[in-house]
Design a protein around this ligand. Structure first.
Ligand code: PEP
Ligand code: MN
Length: 259
């Protein structure tokens, strides 16, 4: 039944018709940002075996003079990508005002690492009723992360998936340090599915596959990976973007993994 000593049974969460927490390892993929060619990017991710699409039209950037996302102009592209692939789409609201505007175009929300402590935003996605992938703040303790999940659940929305995306440490080669321990630890503390984002942990495309496979070996309920047909030309996070061939290689190697 998937339960191991000291680890809790996972209550599955569904995004569209894709179930997280039932033993398989669905892969969410797509470019970091929705770009003008998003539909092509979405089709490439689908052909590589992704079963949920990233469709981020708002980007949380460290500097205000950098590209902030395509914004509302990307919403019709989400609808087109949905029509072209049939896959469910997730997107990141940066503020409460983004939530209702995204609802007609998405099947789930992504709460980014910088927003984990934004309790008003957590409540807003809780009220929206769609499934929520809650990324761990890059310096958040397990308890703070769990508390953030409870802000969503307290609004009556039980459909929360945790996402480990790396934390800040003394390491400087990687963008963040992937905390593999988060998988068994959170498994012992709650019944939420937990997925892993190896892309923002690695920061470099050559390190994405080893981190992805380590996450699966540790029992992750899914992965979220950045992929782009012309990785170096990605509008954001180009250094960590995988070519669809590399994405497909990961998906093929975890296919049928008995977690
Ligand atoms: C992203 O998914 O592109 C992103 C900004 O991730 P994080 O919030 O983990 O930095
Ligand atoms: Mn990114």
């Amino acid at each position: 039944d998937g339960a191991r000593d000291g680890l809790r049974r996972v209550t599955p969460v569904r995004i569209g018709d894709v179930v997280f927490g039932l033993g398989s390892v669905p892969v969410i993929a797509g470019p970091c940002s929705v770009e003008t060619d998003y539909v092509k990017h979405a089709v490439a991710a689908a052909e590589a075996g992704a079963t949920v699409l990233r469709g981020c039209v708002h980007k949380p950037r460290s500097w205000p003079d950098r590209f902030q996302g395509i914004g509302d102009a990307g919403l019709p592209l989400l609808a087109e990508a949905r029509a072209a692939t049939g896959l469910p789409i997730i997107s990141e609201p940066l503020g409460e005002q983004d939530v209702e505007r995204l609802v007609p175009y998405v099947h789930g929300f992504l709460i980014g690492t910088r927003s984990m402590y934004n309790s008003r935003l957590l409540q807003a996605v809780g009220r929206a009723g769609l499934p929520v992938i809650l990324k761990r703040g890059f310096s958040a303790t397990y308890d703070e992360w769990l508390g953030a999940a409870h802000y969503i659940r307290a609004e009556g929305n039980e459909q929360v998936i945790l996402c480990e995306r790396g934390i800040r440490t003394f390491n400087t080669e990687v963008r963040n340090t992937l905390d593999i321990s988060a998988i068994p630890v959170m498994r012992s503390l709650c019944d939420l599915p937990i997925i892993v984002d190896p892309s923002h942990a690695a920061g470099r495309r050559e390190w994405v596959a080893p981190l992805a496979l380590a996450a699966v070996a540790a029992g992750a309920d899914g992965l979220i990976i950045e992929a782009h047909p012309d990785p170096d030309e990605s509008w954001t996070d180009s250094r960590q973007a995988l070519h669809p061939h590399a994405l497909k290689a990961i998906i093929t190697s975890i296919d049928g993994w008995p977690s």
